[in-house]
Design a protein around this ligand. Structure first.
Ligand code: ATP
Length: 239
């Protein structure tokens, strides 16, 4: 088909002040696709997500949404355009209930037109949350909080969900529950970028993967096809 990627970057560079963290990154993701972004600590995975969202200075003319340059869009405009980030550490609103954390996003999501995701649909996705609507988020387990963070992002009706290390620090059982929600998310047409430290999990959950090393893409391919030796080389830079 001639359908453009829902998100693409071409020659994307970004950094923090004088420090350049991304070097000419080419990346793309199709609607409904799950793409894993792997790499060691400090490789630049979070930086790529932040640059896409407009949270960092970058050559943003190199970022396209469905083929159209996003230009100087501010982070809130990127959310309105259909990009939602599940940030590392979740960043929920403490002192607020599950329901109120989700409602914040419902108000944002309205601006995106057709509402695919409703609060009920989030509870269908994560049944564990349904009975905890009125609970303060800080009284919940890390895994449950992560579900709220994902639900909140979905309620902004994203076309691309950018997930930053959603399994970090969580128990294997709940990581499994969270990853099991991915097919239902992509079935709704949402593409998912998974920043993930666990390479096996990243491979199992994704259609394609990119490996990043010191700010450069060192490998990309179909997750089912890439050879472990190639991943190791791309990940550690050893030869
Ligand atoms: P991690 O798993 O540690 O989150 P990462 O691949 O997401 O790794 P980034 O957080 O994107 O890595 O960091 C890429 C580079 O940018 C690193 O060298 C890091 O030290 C640097 N960096 C990240 N955030 C900042 C910041 N706020 N100010 C300055 N440098 C930063």
């Amino acid at each position: 088909t001639t359908e453009p990627p829902i998100l693409s970057t071409h020659g994307l560079c970004a950094g923090y002040g004088d420090f350049q963290a991304l070097f000419s990154v080419d990346f793309e993701i199709m609607p409904g696709e799950v793409v894993a972004l792997i790499g060691a600590n400090g490789a630049g995975k979070s930086t790529l997500l932040k640059a896409v969202m407009g949270l960092l200075p970058s050559n943003r003319e190199m970022i396209r949404h469905a083929g159209v340059p996003v230009g100087g869009s501010a982070p809130y405009q990127m959310v309105q355009n259909g990009f939602a980030m599940v940030p590392e550490g979740r960043r929920l609103f403490a002192g607020m209930t599950v329901e109120d954390n989700l409602l914040v996003a419902v108000d944002h999501g309205r601006k995106n037109g057709a509402a695919i995701w409703t609060m009920q649909r989030v509870f269908d996705l994560f049944p564990a949350l349904a009975s905890m609507r009125k609970r303060l988020v800080e009284k919940m387990s890390g895994g449950q909080q992560q579900m709220v963070a994902i639900g909140r992002a979905l309620l902004s009706q994203p076309k691309v969900l950018l997930c930053d290390e959603i399994s970090l620090g969580l128990a294997p059982k709940v990581i499994g529950e969270i990853y099991d929600s991915m097919p239902a998310i992509t079935k709704a047409g949402t593409a998912v970028i998974l920043v993930e430290q666990d390479v096996s999990r990243a491979l199992a959950a994704s259609n394609r993967l990119y490996c990043i090393l010191e700010g450069r893409i060192t490998l990309s391919g179909n997750s089912a096809d890439v050879a472990r030796e190639d991943i190791a080389r791309a990940y550690f830079g050893a030869d």
